[in-house]
Design a binder for this molecule. Sequence first.
Ligand code: GLY
Length: 301
Amino acid sequence: MWSFVSTWYFSKQAAQAGKAVLESGGDAMDAVIKGINRVESDPEVESVGKGGFLNENGELALDAAVMDGNTMKTGAVCAVRGFENPINIARAVMENTKHNILIGAGAESFARNMGIKESDMESLITDHARDVLKKAEEKGHDTIGAIALDSFGKMAVGTSTSGANMKLMGRVGDSPLIGSGFYVESGVGGAAATGLGEDIMRTCCSFRCVEFMRMGLTPKEAVEKTVILAHETIIRHGGKPDCIALICMNAKGEYAAAANHKGFTYAFADENTPPQVTEVTPIIDKDEDGPLFDGVAGYER
Ligand code: GLY
């Protein structure tokens, strides 16, 4: 049995690549990396890898992370420039250093030493990205997150993103931060987030979602409760939640997704399901006024 789930419609190509690895008995981490590499290298995807949104200085500075659910080891990189596939550097951090996160120039120098393919920075920037920056458009934070379960029961998760258009130089989102943008433990489950990093990291969404599955909740219950709780907590403390969306999968390969906004999509594939994309009905809508929640069971105010 194997299973693969990933964020956003553009990750259907990731599910196709992940399926190719998993159906031939391959490793969950290889499936996550191969899947995410496809999206990173697609210049049409405006929020990940080549063609991603630019920071305020007109630079493409990428964040990415991986986590191995068997060893609980993780590797992440932040604000990396000149590399199309930052998730490959994240994996190298996990496999070849004693550390969890490398940032900026340190991550770039490490990647060079590891022989990871470097690109001319300008070649990674598309006209579309320059245009979006010039118009100072408010653009989303559409991270690719992918979770895989392989036929040996191993689970893995990965994330990759350019972060938001016009972010401050040095800004780091949730995607490379363990427990916020991603989390996985084989035998329990995994989760990955997309949306406004600042909101996702202050509510530790991915760790929370996996812990809900550990407590016995189904993936659907866990992911919906996580989004409601994050959304409601921000409101309760005087904030206004932005986009928060998650995917998750349990150790049986059952998956679910939830969002507090319209338009969230995800891709999925398993032994019985060819790669396909589904749109999520928001569990609550950040853009609509409505009654606040009464709280989430087990998390009283
Ligand atoms: N969720 C991606 C980011 O905020 O950077």
